[in-house]
Design a protein. Structure first.
Length: 111
């Protein structure tokens, strides 16, 4: 999976540079997040601008990251969801679990 990571203070921004987040590649994101948590980086912003399709595996990797961040007293926030991806979060009611922001700046300002 193509990921672009930048650090801003104690926050890591992860931009997913893929159109699809599915069983084929979502394990990569999960592994990368676990590595960040092991390094003590527990505040993440996931930018989904490029993602046009997400399936249960993609949602599962984000939920896993959310749980791991929360367990370490950090947080995982999402931003820039495309309409099709946003509708998946609403169908699964995950929009009630995650903090979802329109822009990366809004997500960063919420910490």
């Amino acid at each position: 999976m193509q990921l672009n990571m930048t650090e801003q203070g104690d926050i890591v921004k992860i931009s997913i540079e893929e159109e699809r987040m599915d069983a084929h590649n979502s394990g990569d994101l999960k592994e990368q997040m676990l590595q960040l948590f092991d390094e003590g980086k527990c505040n993440l912003v996931i930018d989904l601008t490029a993602v046009r399709f997400i399936d249960s595996s993609g949602l599962g990797s984000l939920v896993s990251g959310f749980k791991n961040a929360s367990a370490r007293e950090g947080s995982l926030k999402l931003c820039c969801l495309q309409p099709q991806v946003r509708s998946m979060f609403e169908l699964t009611r995950l929009h009630r679990v995650f903090e979802i922001f329109s822009t990366q700046d809004e997500a960063l300002a919420s910490f």
